[in-house]
Design a protein around this ligand. Structure first.
Ligand code: HEC
Length: 190
C-alpha cells in the first residue's frame, strides 16, 4: 500500500516456506513509553520503599482512620460513657491503647505478664474467660476485681481514665494467642 513503510529486506532474520520475519526497529513512541514506565517505577520505588518520602495508601488510610478514632475517643471521654460500644471505640484509638499498655505493663504485668500471656492471673490473649470476655465484663473485673480469687479492684487505685485505657488495651489482646501463654481457663466467650 502506498505510504506504508517498506520492510528492510536486508534484515530478514527468518525465512520459511515463503514467510519472512524482518528485524525491524521498535517504534520510537513505543520505546519512549517503555523508558517512561521504567523511570516511573524507579521513582515510585525510591519514594515509597526506600526513602518513605510519602505515605502509602495503607498508611494514609490508617492515619485518616486514627484521626476519626481519636475524635471519637475524645467525645467518649467527655461524655464519660462506658457502654460496650464506647469501650470498643476506645480500643481502636492508638493513643488510648498506648496509654493502656503503659498502665498494663506497670500495674498488671506482675500477674498477667507484659504480653498478657498470664502467670498468676489468667491468660488474657485467648478466647476463654472466667468472668466473661465482653467489654463490660472486663471493665467490671478490672474496676471491682475478683478479690477472693486474687484479682485486686483497680478502680479506686487507678481512677476511671487509667482503668478505661487498660480495658481498651486488654480488648486488643483478646484472641491474639501470644506464644508461651498460660493454658485457657474458663469458658469461651466473645
Ligand atoms: C496480684 C495479681 C494481679 C494483678 C496485679 C492483676 N491481676 Fe488481673 N487477675 C488476677 C487473677 C488471679 C485473676 C483471676 C480471677 C478469677 O479467677 O476470677 C485475674 C483476672 C483478670 C481478668 C479477667 C480474666 C478472666 O478470664 O475472666 C482481667 C480482664 C484482668 N485480670 C485484668 C487485669 C488488669 C487490666 C490488671 C491491671 C490493672 C490486672 N488484671 C492486674 C491477678 C491479678
Amino acid at each position: 500500500m502506498s505510504g506504508e513503510k517498506q520492510p528492510n529486506v536486508d534484515r530478514v532474520v527468518h525465512s520459511y516456506d515463503g514467510i519472512e520475519e524482518y528485524d525491524n526497529d521498535l517504534p520510537r513512541w513505543w520505546l519512549l513509553c517503555l523508558y517512561a514506565t521504567m523511570v516511573f517505577a524507579l521513582g515510585y520505588y525510591f519514594v515509597y520503599d526506600v526513602f518513605h518520602a510519602a505515605p502509602t495508601t495503607q498508611e494514609a488510610y490508617h492515619a485518616e482512620m486514627q484521626s476519626v478514632y481519636a475524635a471519637e475517643a475524645a467525645r467518649i471521654r467527655a461524655m464519660g460513657a462506658v457502654t460496650p460500644e464506647a469501650l470498643l471505640a476506645l480500643s481502636r484509638d492508638d493513643a488510648t491503647v498506648r496509654r493502656g499498655r503503659e498502665v498494663f505493663v506497670s500495674t498488671c504485668a506482675a500477674c498477667h505478664q507484659a504480653n498478657g500471656g498470664g502467670n498468676i492471673g489468667p491468660n488474657l490473649t485467648d478466647t476463654a474467660w472466667i468472668n466473661g470476655g465482653a467489654p463490660t465484663d472486663i471493665l467490671r473485673v478490672v474496676t471491682s476485681g475478683v478479690v477472693a480469687r486474687g484479682m485486686p479492684a483497680w478502680g479506686p487505685q487507678l481512677g476511671t481514665e487509667r482503668v478505661t485505657a487498660a480495658v481498651a488495651y486488654v480488648l486488643t489482646l483478646r484472641n491474639t494467642n501470644v506464644a508461651g501463654g498460660k493454658a485457657p481457663q474458663g469458658t469461651v466467650s466473645p
